[in-house]
Design a protein around this ligand. Structure first.
Ligand SMILES: N[C@H](CCC[C@H](N)C(=O)O)C(=O)O
Length: 291
């Protein structure tokens, strides 16, 4: 019996939040959590903070409702194989892949995600702008504690949950090898991405992040949006109150993102997206993880 065809993949990153891209237009590949975790393993696998499976919207049950306005669905998984609603850096890299593969032209396109349709502009400069929707700011907040220090953290939802803590020094976040302790735990029953933020100057902050399902990453797009929204509220610059758009530069370990919030609450993120390499892997290798 002939061997099943090898699976094509590409590696890409957005401000060093890196992903394994798996083209699967007809949605035929089964990628259970254990296989995704093996693919993302930085020693035994290809390495990545997550997987972006590229599926036609019409071929994926979670995207059927978006098929009339999008051709492609971003099936995002965290590095541990868990599913997340949205990945901001991932959408930029996903759009970059579509251009790289000749599936779209530069310019405007719409991508289906579990958080809904995201409108993307692929500039000829290489920068990618994503309309990230509106932040939700639930009232309840948590207290994050690391190394004997505690900070209140602002609850911000960008389609996925974030807790944003303003700290004195990014080193105070510690090694971030595990989820930083927070209370009350019940605020985030499905887990949370936790950002630590310091000021760098006017409308300029820097952050570190412990991501749900991936650990500390070099960048988090939805996290940078959550940070910009929380900082605008801290600074009395909420566009819904001032009537004026506000833009923050958010430095991440892997680079810098520009986040603009409009008076109507919509948030736009602009940053780079790079395809680094491409190759194939044997499906049996990924399936071994299921054994
Ligand atoms: N870990 C996140 C998803 C990826 C977010 C991040 N990589 C981004 O660029 O937005 C979560 O479980 O909600």
């Amino acid at each position: 019996m002939s061997n099943p065809p090898r699976i094509a993949f590409l590696k890409g990153h957005g401000t060093e939040n890196d992903f394994v891209i798996v083209p699967d237009p007809d949605g035929r590949l089964d990628l259970p959590a254990a296989a995704v975790a093996r693919i993302c393993d930085r020693r035994a696998g290809l390495g990545g903070d997550g997987v972006l499976r590229v599926v036609r919207s019409a071929a994926h049950p979670e995207a059927h409702a978006m098929a009339d306005e999008t051709e492609w669905f971003m099936d995002y998984r965290n590095g541990d194989g868990s599913v997340a609603e949205m990945c901001g850096n991932g959408v930029r890299v996903f759009a970059r892949y579509l251009l790289h593969a000749g599936l779209v032209e530069a310019g405007d396109l719409a991508i289906a995600t579990r958080a809904g349709v995201r409108r993307v502009h692929l500039a000829k400069t290489g920068e990618v702008t994503v309309s990230m929707g509106r932040a939700e700011l639930p009232e309840e907040s948590v207290v994050v504690t690391v190394g004997g220090r505690s900070w209140p953290a602002r609850n911000v939802n960008m389609g996925n949950p974030h807790a944003v803590a303003f700290v004195e020094d990014l080193d105070h976040a510690g090694e971030l090898r595990a989820v930083p302790p927070f209370s009350p735990a019940g605020v985030y029953p499905d887990g949370v991405n936790i950002e630590f933020v310091v000021d760098r100057g006017p409308r300029h902050v820097a952050m570190r992040v412990h991501e749900r399902g991936s650990g500390e990453t070099r960048s988090c797009g939805t996290g940078a949006c959550a940070v910009a929204v929380a900082t605008a509220r801290r600074d009395g610059a909420d566009p819904a109150v001032t009537g004026t758009p506000v833009t923050y530069t958010v430095d991440v370990l892997g680079g810098s993102l520009s986040i603009t919030e409009q008076p109507d609450g919509t948030v736009e993120m602009t940053g780079p997206a790079v395809i680094v390499a491409e190759g194939t892997f044997d499906p049996a290798w990924a399936a071994e993880a299921l054994a």
